[in-house]
Design a protein around this ligand. Sequence first.
Ligand code: NAD
Ligand code: TYD
Length: 354
Amino acid sequence: MILVTGGAGFIGANFVLDWLRASDEPVLNLDALTYAGNLENLAALQGDGRHVFVHGDICDRALIDRLFAEHRPRAVVHFAAESHVDRSIHGPGDFVRTNVEGTFTLLEAARGYWSTLEGEEKAAFRFLHVSTDEVYGSLGPNDPPFAETKAFEPNSPYSASKAASDHHVRAWHHTYGLPVLTTNCSNNYGPYQFPEKLIPLMIANALAGKALPVYGDGRNVRDWLYVGDHCAAIREVLARGRLGETYNVGGWNEKPNLEIVHTVCALLDELRPDAAGPHARLITYVADRPGHDRRYAIDARKIERELGWRPAETFETGIRKTIAWYLANQDWVAHVQSGSYREWVERNYGERRA
Ligand code: NAD
Ligand code: TYD
């Protein structure tokens, strides 16, 4: 079996669902169920013996040692993290704890387990660390996209904590020989994304007739990748990636935020028209995010050259699927918009009023 951490979150849940659609290899899913973790994401697996869920923390060394000993996973796919830049600005401590200390704890436990293996079992073991393009910092308008050789220049508490975790993963390979792989991916979107991130927030607010808060001038650029394509890239790297290497994963799809918001509005106008007028009337410029990175772009040629991976979705097909999913899953959205979600919205947006 494989051990997945953070498999009740957005990308982790998509990964687990896709994995078990394509294979019968069981998944041991370790997740602390923070505000971002949600067992409803995995409802389709209820009663499925191939999915073993453990409610626990990646900082809990004794628990992880026990899981390795009992389940003897052949690989770790490590998603668990605090993942939202705005939350990292308000409370960086949780990011250092989970992203740095948690990754360290997992590396140490994996190293302890791997050192007990022999022969083929030892040679086949993998530790795949899922990371972000944000570790590379911010690009100017004419800079080349991030290659794997680009120096790390993280600018937010989130990206600094992920960069630190990437460095630990690298060091555990060079120093101890742990068979690691790292992926650095651009912004994902798709089903089950928590409505604090740009695309699901805009969909949820537009459907509720609420303001669509665009930070700064709306011209910050991100590269967007459909989550299913990210999961496919991770499966390729796990199966055939070269040990100790990092692979950048992206959609060849750079867009300014304002264009993303207008696309969401236009699709909602088509699929769920609002009698009050076009959804774009709700766009509201609000105070910028402190330290807001201007542009991210990914050079994804290495993973294509070595592993033959390319995104299957275009932005047009992926965003249409995503909006259709949110329209069909309004209950899911309502359930995650709990009291603590409303507190977060007030905390993040209350102080930014246009
Ligand atoms: P998410 O916030 O939706 O999910 C994170 C999951 O980790 C949740 O289920 C949460 O309960 C769990 N978790 C948090 N702290 C934990 C702890 N201490 N122990 C165990 N579980 C814990 O995040 P996501 O968007 O699915 O991102 C997953 C990974 O992919 C992260 O490592 C993130 O840095 C990386 N990534 C995300 C994106 C993106 O656009 N979302 C892009 C590139 C890379
Ligand atoms: P986000 O989804 O938080 O991802 P990241 O910051 O990790 O790239 O934000 C994507 C972009 O959208 C980023 O430039 C910030 C911007 N943004 C807004 O303009 N308004 C919002 O309410 C949010 C959440 C993000």
